[in-house]
Design a protein around this ligand. Sequence first.
Ligand code: S3P
Length: 429
Amino acid sequence: MEAKKLISNKSSLVGTVKVPGDKSISHRAVMFGSIASGVTTVENFLPGEDCLSTIACFRKLGVDIEQEGSRVKVEGKGLDGLQEPKDVLDVGNSGTTIRLLMGILSGRPFHTVLIGDQSIGKRPMTRVTSPLAKMGAKISGRKNGEYTPLSLSGGELTGIEYELPVASAQVKSAILLAGLQANGVTTVIEPEKTRDHTERMIRMFGGEVHSEGMAISVNGGQELKGTHVDVPGDISSAAFFLVAGAIVAGSQITLKNVGLNPTRTGILDVLKKMGADVTIEAYDSAGNEPAGNITIGTSSLKGTVISGDLIPRLIDEIPIIALLATQAEGKTVIKDAAELKVKETNRIDTVVNELKKLGANIEATDDGMIIYGNSSRLSGGTVASHGDHRIGMMLAVAALICSDEVYLEDSEAVAVSYPDFFNDLHSLF
Ligand code: S3P
C-alpha cells in the first residue's frame, strides 16, 4: 500500500477523545467468558485486530461468541466446553492471545496447532512453554520450541512454584490460567510487578487468587462463573494523545474514561516528573478496574531517567515516551528495558531508527535508549511502522511537530489496537 501522508507542522490540538477499550482487558474478558459457565457480556470491548483474533480462536474451540462493535456476548460452557479445533488457531499479530491461550489449552485434553503472522514468528515462546511443560503440557515448535508454529497437547497438570525470569504479565497469566486447572497450588513469583488484570478477572468471575508480596497463587479445580465486564479505555492508547497534548504548542486535550490501574500508569508518573501539565480526575466508583478522566496541556518539559520497576508499568508506552523526550530540555535515559527487543518489533531499533529519520537526537543502548532533547521541531521524511501499531501511532504524533512533510509506510498497522486512531486524532485539529 502507498505511504500515508501524515498531518505535519500543527499547533493547538483541542478537544476531548474517548479512547477505545483496553486491549489487555478485552482479551481477558473473552478468554474468561469462554472458560466460565454461563453468559458473559462485555461492554466497551476493543474491536481491534488483536482482540478479534482472540474471538476467532475461541470460536474455533467451539465457543459461541456474538460481537457487534464494542459489545460482546460469550456463551461459556466451562473449561470442559472447549473442543478440539479442526483447524489451526491463528493468533495474527497478538502475543497476548497466543501466550494466554497456551495456558488455557495446557489443561485441555486435546491437540492444537498455533500460528501467527511474521512478527509472532519472531517472538520468544519458551518463556511460556517451559513452565507449562513443567506442569505437564506437551508443546513443541520451530527452533526447539522457541517459535511458531507451535503444537500443543494438553492434559492433566500439576501445580508448580515458578520464579519468572523476566517481568511478563503474559507469562504470569498463562501459568495462572494453567494453574486454575492443575492439581494443587500454583504460585508465580514476579521479579517486578506487572499488570494484574488476570488476577482481577479471576476474582470477577468468582474465583480465588492470593497475592502476597511478589507471589501470586491459585488453587486448581476452580469453577468460574460468567459475569458482566465493563472495559475501561486503554491508557496505552490514551498515551498518544497525552504526549501530543504535552508537545504540540497551545494544546489542551481531555481523555475520557481511561483505565487507571496502578500497574499501568507509569506514563502518568513520567509525564509529571518531566513537568507536564496533567490533571487526573479518578472516579469514585468501586469498579473492578479503576478509571477516570485525564486532561493534558502543553508545557515545558525536562529530561528524566526511566528504569527499574517503572518499566513494566509503561512498557508499551516507551515508543511515545521517546518522542516526548525529544521535546524536553536535556537528556532522557531509558534503561532496564531489554524486553522492548521482543515486542511486535524490536522497539529499541524501530523507535531509534524511525525518529532519527525525522532528525531526532537519539541513540540505542543494550537495554533501552538515550534521547538528547530540545524544544525545536523535528524535520520530516518517509518513515515506517514496520507493521507495529504503536510505532505507527507514535510516528503520526511525531509528524505533528515536524516542520516538513512526513509519509508513513504501513500505516494500516494501527488497526491492531486502535482502528479509529487517525479519525480521533483529526477530531482535535
Ligand atoms: C500484555 C502484557 C505485556 C504488554 C502487552 C500486553 C498483556 O507484555 O507488552 O502489550 O496483556 O498481558 P509482557 O507481559 O510480555 O511484557
